[in-house]
Design a protein around this ligand. Structure first.
Ligand SMILES: C[S@@+](CC[C@H](N)C(=O)[O-])C[C@H]1O[C@@H](n2cnc3c(N)ncnc32)[C@H](O)[C@@H]1O
Length: 256
């Protein structure tokens, strides 16, 4: 899964926001950086380039992701870590970064308290979360296709999880409930580029947790062709422009 995720969805869906977060990280000039839910290292690559003298600890819950990313992005210290239960020392980082990971956390306020604890006073927590499903042209089209392919019981991972934390009032409330303060909260629209609809179909069916929902209904690989057909009908035969929107947040540990 890490390789399919990285090669089929990396540039098209995740890299544009990774560049955005790395640029925001560089402006903060941190010395010690913790990245959570780093996946295959799409943001990490850009953090390494943007912060050449920083010490970066890059983590993910999923060991195969960490193995793949550590081979792809040497330099940071790579570790398996649950963002829900951080075990790093108090006040040990200037910056915590998390791209498209907070939506997966079962108790975000508790996780944000953990981030607060490991940040030094005045340190920042930079993260992003997808906006509502209908602001992501490709993922909305995938959900439409799932409804046609599985009318009785359509897989809804994309709506439920990645796009399930799109309410800015809720994000703001969770940050403040954890004791952090909101320094910036911005809706950012970006466009990614995929070579073909087929690449996206393979990426979603086999490189994301949609795969597990498909496996409950049959063989996930068998869905790639019909999803390719649906996405090609919607976006055409050639390269696909992936218009999308996310909330980008900088929270800060208050200074005493
Ligand atoms: C959508 S991917 C984002 C990966 C990467 N940040 C990127 O931009 O490509 C979500 C990642 O969250 C990780 N994840 C899910 N739950 C987690 C948890 N409790 N702690 C740390 N990582 C988690 C998954 O393993 C996956 O790599």
């Amino acid at each position: 899964m890490p390789q399919i995720y990285d090669l089929r969805l990396g540039d098209a869906v995740f890299a544009p926001y990774g560049a955005d977060l790395a640029c925001r990280a560089a402006a903060l000039a941190p010395q010690r950086v913790l990245e959570l839910a780093a996946g295959t290292g799409i943001v990490t690559t850009r953090l390494v380039a943007a912060l050449p003298s920083a010490e970066i600890v890059a983590t993910d819950l999923n060991p195969p992701m960490v193995d793949y990313a550590a081979a792809k992005v040497p330099g940071p210290r790579w570790e398996v870590a649950d963002a829900q239960e951080l075990r790093y020392a108090d006040a040990s980082f200037d910056l915590v970064v998390c791209q498209f990971g907070v939506m997966f956390l079962p108790d975000r306020v508790d996780a944000f308290r953990g981030v607060l604890r490991v940040l030094r006073a005045g340190g920042s927590f930079l993260f992003n979360a997808w906006d509502a499903l209908d602001t992501h042209v490709v993922e909305a089209a995938v959900i439409d296709a799932m409804a046609e392919l599985f009318p009785q019981d359509p897989p809804d991972f994309l709506r439920r999880v990645p796009h399930g934390y799109a309410d800015v009032d809720r994000i703001r409330d969770d940050i403040e409930a954890a004791g952090l303060e909101v320094a910036e909260l911005e809706r950012v629209e970006l466009t990614g580029h995929a070579p073909t609809a087929a690449a996206l179909a393979e990426g979603y069916c086999l490189g994301t947790p949609l795969r597990f929902e498909l496996a409950e209904r049959g063989e996930p690989a068998d869905v790639v062709a019909p999803l390719t057909a649906a996405l090609t009908k919607r976006f055409g035969e050639g390269p696909v422009e992936v218009a999308m929107s996310a909330h980008v947040v900088r929270a800060r540990r208050p200074t005493p």
